[in-house]
Design a protein around this ligand. Structure first.
Ligand SMILES: Cc1cc2nc3c(=O)[nH]c(=O)nc-3n(C[C@H](O)[C@H](O)[C@H](O)COP(=O)(O)OP(=O)(O)OC[C@H]3O[C@@H](n4cnc5c(N)ncnc54)[C@H](O)[C@@H]3O)c2cc1C
Length: 449
């Protein structure tokens, strides 16, 4: 390729965490990289910003797999500046006057008084049943959660809890969520392992659960993005923000570069971290079967309402997160300033409440507030600031029968990263898996020395 200011060794489209991690890895090998981000800020859904002394993440975040997951692997191998994590002690469920840990072991389950005694037995049986049956025939875990549990006569309240858990773990209801996602997301099975093997190990996991691998990043979620950027060697990567990639330039099924709303850039290696569902808009003549599969991908929008509180309230004085399920507007909440006091002004508190966006934003904010006020009747008087966000947490929901596309696209030299190219885990852990997988293909195809 001719020397030209717009020629690059690699172009990365999108500066969310998967784009930034890709840029970091490539910067250790390639000389001249370009990252193009359509938003004016870098970080995508992994960002923190300040308003009136409160530091808002793009949603409440709990980072998993910090002991030996994919983000840990990337931090250990590529980061020179590392984020610090405060351990997340536990995940709670709040119901009427009860506040209990989400049961992750059989012994916790036996004491989970939010379920009736009968439902605790049903729940234990359904988990054991899924683990043992999947060791004989692993396809049983592909069934939707509801069809798996319906033979047990759970109360309506317990069904509602399982449905809300499905939404928070897959983005969709229990009738659309495969059973393996709930078992994996709740820590009962390891999604990296073949479900037909090592079921004894899985059964032992039901007796003992290790929380030590979950944490909240000090300084807010942005600190992961910032540490990755700080770890990029100087002068290797050019960042262009506020510039949108409109098309990929392709010749003979080989990527040649990208066209944006401002310019044209050339490279034989492009990593795309935007929505794979948008690929047909960026590539004309994409093969029909591939395109059809992308059209089946579903997404879920979330609404987060952040409340900045004039004082710390006793009900939210814990180091963890909570689910409230008994409402048409259930929430997942996290008092983030309990992990890092600097996220709120001195002696004040910041808590984020996330729900699924199912209707008009303003109406849903009102409904969410009604749920919050029902649970914490006195919180109203302590609100100093309200801030809401509508986001798509995962670029693809894990639904029955869906196949996520491989990080290697049908176009030579074009690779895909992000939460819609790997089905394991969720969020930043899933994005990290996707980057590691894409890297394997990029290496194999000879783009890395
Ligand atoms: C409310 C909420 C709660 C969450 N909780 C957790 C949690 O507890 N734990 C966890 O691990 N994760 C959590 N997540 C999810 C996590 O934040 C995301 O999965 C992760 O940040 C996604 O990273 P990504 O790089 O795949 O995508 P994104 O962050 O979406 O990045 C993609 C980027 O590409 C850019 N882009 C797209 N198309 C173009 C184009 N054509 N040209 C230029 N730029 C483009 C976008 O603007 C964006 O910046 C949560 C997210 C939300 C919203």
């Amino acid at each position: 390729m001719l020397e030209n200011k717009n020629n690059y060794d690699a172009i990365i489209v999108g500066a969310g965490i998967s784009g930034i991690l890709s840029a970091l890895i490539l910067s250790k090998n390639n000389k001249k990289l370009l990252v193009i981000e359509k938003d004016k800020n870098i970080g995508g859904n992994c960002r923190t910003y300040e308003i009136d002394g409160y530091h808002f993440d793009t949603g409440p975040h709990s980072i998993t797999g910090l002991k030996n997951g994919p983000l840990r692997h990337l931090i250990d191998n590529y980061f020179s500046s590392t984020p610090s994590f405060v351990p997340i002690k536990t995940y709670y469920v709040r119901h009427q006057n009860k506040f209990q840990q989400i049961p992750l072991t059989l012994s916790q389950l036996s004491r989970f008084s939010i379920f009736s005694k009968k439902d605790r037995i049903y729940y234990s049986l359904s988990v054991l049943d899924a683990i043992i049956n999947s060791s004989i025939n692993k396809s049983v875990l592909e069934k939707d959660v509801y069809s798996y549990i319906k033979k047990y006569k759970f109360s309506n309240e317990s069904i509602k809890f399982i449905d809300v858990l499905s939404y928070f773990l897959s983005g969709k209801s229990m009738k659309e969520t495969p059973t393996w996602r709930i078992l994996g997301g709740s820590g009962y099975i390891d999604e990296n392992e073949d479900t037909s093997k090592q079921y004894i190990k899985k059964l032992i996991k039901l007796l003992k659960h290790d929380y030590s691998s979950q944490g909240y990043p000090l300084g807010g979620i942005q600190s992961i993005t910032s540490s990755a950027i700080d770890s990029i060697p100087e002068n290797k990567v050019t960042f262009k923000t506020g510039e949108k990639v409109l098309n990929f330039i392709i010749k003979n099924k080989q990527i040649k570069g990208v066209k944006t709303d401002k310019d044209i850039y050339h490279s034989n290696l492009v990593i795309y971290s935007g929505f794979v569902k948008d690929l047909p808009d960026l590539i004309s003549n994409l093969e029909a079967p591939y395109k059809n599969n992308l059209q089946n991908i579903k997404q879920t929008k979330s609404l987060t309402l952040w409340l900045g509180l004039k004082k710390k309230i006793p009900e939210l004085n814990y180091n963890g997160t909570e689910i409230y399920f008994n409402s048409d507007t259930p929430y997942w909440a996290m008092p983030v300033s309990n992990f890092d006091a600097n996220l709120a002004p001195k002696n004040k508190q910041l808590v984020g409440f996330t729900t699924i966006l199912k209707k008009d934003r303003e109406k849903q904010i009102e409904d969410l507030k009604q749920t919050i006020f029902k649970v914490f009747p006195n919180i109203k008087n302590d609100i100093e600031i309200e801030h809401s966000q509508v986001t798509i947490p995962e670029k693809a929901a894990v639904t029955i029968g869906i196949k996520f596309p491989s990080p290697k696209s049908p176009i030579s030299g074009l690779y895909l990263v992000g939460t819609d190219t790997d089905m394991r885990s969720m969020g930043i852990t899933r994005a990290s898996y996707s980057v590691i997988e894409a890297l394997k293909f990029i290496k194999k195809d000879g783009f890395l020395i």
